[in-house]
Design a protein around this ligand. Sequence first.
Ligand code: PZK
Length: 341
Amino acid sequence: MFCDLRHAVKVSVDKKTLPNKIRHCSSVHKASREDEPHVTNQALESVLLQTDFAGLELYASGKVRDLYRVDNERLLFVATDRISAFDYVLASGIPGKGRVLTQLSLFWFDFLAEIVPNHLLTAEVNRYPASLRPYGEQLQGRSMLVVRADMIAIECVVRGYLSGSGWKEYQQNGKVCGIELPRGLRESDKLPEPIFTPAIKASSGHDENISFDEMAQRAGPKLSEQLRELSLKIYRKAAAHALARGIIIADTKFEFGRTARGVVLADEVLTPDSSRFWPADRYQPGRSQESFDKQFVRDYLEKIRWNKQPPAPPLPPAVVQETCDKYVEAYRRLTGRELTA
Ligand code: PZK
């Protein structure tokens, strides 16, 4: 079974560096707790929930990913096995998730290379700088050495289907980010063509949709048009590939940065964490869709009637296993490859 990973390591915790939500939840996840349902010891040990690379400066950290400064030019991008649902990081991790998301990003970077350059330098741990070698075992498969870019502070979202905040806006005024859409669309309907719907990080931590004009004022009209064209091109190519393999990419978010070599695609790309993946064979417009990867998690959290306030609960082993299987399946379907240890 894939989830019985043997090589990964659970590492020590540096709670000070992590945001509140993560600190709160991870403190619940003590291996010594006897009163909670547990994943097998083997699987539990194999989950990487928190990173701590002594001597490396944390550059940024998100719910799931951690970014470290290597030197002035380079960053280390690490995908943990954390999983979030209903806006919170859960107490349990999903074995293999960080590797699936990293390997998927690497697949897409290569798949998209003719359309757009990206921030990847290498994901081969034995080619990392010497300062990272001590952590090679933790980093293998789940990390990327990337070039430090000047990030463009706009979330470049493309939507092929009407969901989430797009569906909300449409119900209010028939538009999404100022783009007029046909009347009578239902939730999850396929759009006549994919649309570019930029957003900014609001102080709430949530994204706030903006119009293209607003983006042009912030980032400049030329760059904004370049990013819109790039984003739509990338989405079209990736979504067609995914659909032929049974996965609808309903929408997705890209982050771009500027380097000496021009605009590059950064962050993780076209993963289930940065996109809505829907199983195509279950697609049925007129309602919200099942999530390809997180449906078992959401169903469980609804079933136990978690009030969606911290602390986020741990997941039972069966839910962890089923969810792990979904990530691995997404990887297999999209890449045609098996995820190997
Ligand atoms: C960068 N983020 C988002 C990602 C986090 C936050 N190549 C780059 N150069 C400079 N900055 C970034 C990147 C990239 N990628 C990305 N924030 C800064 C992010 C992962 C974890 F906490």
